[in-house]
Write a protein that binds this ligand. Sequence first.
Ligand code: ADP
Ligand code: DP6
Ligand code: CO
Length: 361
Amino acid sequence: MGGESEKWVLMVTAQTPTNIAVIKYWGKRDEKLILPINDSISVTLDPDHLCTTTTVAVSPGFDQDKMWLNGKEISLLGGRFQSCLRELRSRACDFEDEKRGIKIKKADWGKLNLHIASYNNFPTAAGLASSAAGLACFVFALAKLMNLKEDHGQLSAIARQGSGSACRSLYGGFVKWIMGKEENGSDSIAVQLADEKHWDDLVIVIAVVSARQKETSSTSGMQDSCKTSMLIQHRAKEVVPKRVIQMEEAIEKRDFSSFARLACADSNQFHAVCLDTSPPIFYMNDTSHKIISCVEKWNRSEESPQVAYTFDAGPNAVMIARNRKTAALLLQRLLFHFPPHSDTDLNSYVIGDKSILQDVG
Ligand code: ADP
Ligand code: DP6
Ligand code: CO
């Protein structure tokens, strides 16, 4: 291992966008492997606005694995980071940089320590899927550094073990996480349904209703739902399988009316499961509810829906407008009814597009 001096550092930086589910994942059948109780479908967002940037470095000079998130050191000891690191190290390949005289053999990767610095350009743990962008970027950047030969599907199965929703951020465009049947999780992977160029009329508008960290993390929220909600089983077995088929068809045909109807209904049912949990979980707040009413009223006044809304495990609204003209009208309405920094705690709007994963060298 190493060149003449042992002072080298190898570094890779990657950028990964977040993704927002339009058919939600909520509930695990295996906590450790992170295997879900239903399939889910998401849209990967524009990395210019909502993304994680992670730099990973390896050096014989590092005496332990270390990680910083948004400038603060965090522990890598949690089971999830360790699951990803174990999977990545076991698949790492030989690396050679002749110019710098660096040679790392496959077996050396287990002995070398890593430093990882990650930054989210949007609120962390506030229901805008920071765990999705964060863990996908963690896996993607380390896979580059360690010279893994695995494709995005195989990497998605590793990212899944960091945070379930992260497996869907390995692809741009529209993505499906197939729940899989195998006990070892080998078939629980993400697949791309359509790339970011498909249906490029759509415009995504996000209302950052609150950037505060949520009280109940997604992980513990869905654990409580699985233990106490009766609705969750009905949802996973009877409702979602049908919706997934219909949503795939709506995406393929660019059928906005069906897309909006399904996305809104699924978001509302997910939050109904949260309310059906004991003690109930309130991810949405008054402003979120008022935004839903505003969009519903508008959609009902038109011949067909103009805007779809969906809320993850937090109060922030993700709205998908039919086209640019509708997006402009939506913003006009939102700014009129919900001006940022008014008596609500709404603080900004973000406008974006669907997009792709970036390797920034
Ligand atoms: P969110 O709705 O933002 O996904 P979660 O409760 O699912 O909220 O997850 C938040 C947790 O994800 C954070 O507390 C942190 O542990 C992890 N996380 C977020 N961003 C990153 C990142 N860039 N790198 C590593 N872990 C991250
Ligand atoms: C509401 O992927 O954050 O955003 O797997 O425990 O890390 P863990 O949970 P996470 O849950 C996401 C839930 C959701 C819906 C979704 O993204 O599908
Ligand atoms: Co999350």
